[in-house]
Design a protein around this ligand. Structure first.
Ligand code: NAI
Length: 258
């Protein structure tokens, strides 16, 4: 039985990026706290696997195909959640992609691709969820996924860092606009977390990035998806009922040390 402030029984959550990594761990934890979780991702098989793992352990979940860069698809997932339970309490905008290229080598197409997923995808999620929460009178929580990349320059991370900084500004702005409806909007800015995204780095990039993270963390380790899922649960739940427009940094005590 979760502590009352963390109990999401009877609540409905949408998690984007739920097929993998931080999204999958967050979907599982929100379900464990009692929410019905809509697991949405571009990767259908992964979204189904996450939803099945939740239902197999006694929770409630529905998989969805979703490309967050398509507003019509985001709206359809929100509509489906409303049709099933009549409410949307939590929108966790976790889907994201990484692109690494030096500023002088960055092409327009690189920036457009990362922007469309990492910023527009979160914008559509925030807009559609907030409209649903206002329309149903639900004092919900919207969580966005930023990154430690917002706090410093880092070689190769122009596109990624720009989109994550924009997500923070979206989070702060929306929080000021929907607070009067009781809706809270907060960002999580994780440090280095072991997921498919970071595994895609070459061995050399892993050594360059992960080594300093471990050395400079007072905790002496990088993050696991579950570390970040607990931050998402905190912001999604009534435990953070007086928190809005904020950035929570689960990063092992490290700002990116490049
Ligand atoms: P991941 O690669 O394991 O998961 C990302 C998920 O997003 C995948 O399931 C992918 O299919 C989905 N996705 C990608 N584009 C999509 C789209 N257009 N529509 C719907 N789904 C889409 O990566 P990870 O690490 O779990 O990342 C999750 C979030 O956390 C991202 O926003 C990432 O930027 C952020 N983050 C990750 C960090 C890390 O060190 N792993 C650190 C800081 C932030």
């Amino acid at each position: 039985m979760p502590l009352p402030a963390y109990d999401l029984t009877g609540r409905t959550a949408i998690v984007t990026g739920a097929a993998s990594g931080i999204g999958r761990a967050s979907a599982a934890l929100l379900a464990e706290a009692g929410a019905t979780v809509h697991c949405a991702d571009l990767n259908d098989e992964g979204a189904r696997a996450t939803a099945m793992a939740i239902t197999d352990s006694g929770g409630a979940a529905h998989p969805h195909h979703l490309d967050v860069s398509r507003r019509d698809q985001v709206a359809a997932v929100v509509d489906n959640a409303l049709q099933r339970t009549g409410r949307l309490d939590v929108m966790a905008n976790i889907a994201g992609i990484m692109h690494a290229s030096a500023v002088l080598e960055t092409e327009d197409a690189d920036l457009d691709r990362v922007w469309n997923t990492n910023f527009k995808g979160v914008l559509y999620g925030c807009q559609e969820a907030a409209r649903a929460m206002v329309a149903t009178g639900t004092p919900g929580s919207i969580v966005t996924m930023a990154s430690g990349a917002i706090d410093t320059g880092a070689p190769g991370l122009l596109c990624y860092g720009v989109t994550k900084a924009a997500v923070v500004q979206l989070t702060r702005t929306l929080a000021t606009e929907v607070g009067r409806h009781g809706i809270r909007v907060n960002a999580v800015a994780p440090g280095w977390v072991r997921t498919a995204m970071t595994d895609r780095h070459t061995a050399e990039a892993q050594r360059q990035a992960e080594g300093p993270m471990v050395r400079m963390s007072p905790l002496g380790r990088v993050g696991e998806p579950e570390d970040i899922a607990h931050a998402v649960l905190h912001l999604a739940s009534d435990a953070s009922s007086f928190t809005t427009g904020q950035i929570l940094r689960p990063n092992g005590g490290v700002a990116m040390p490049w």
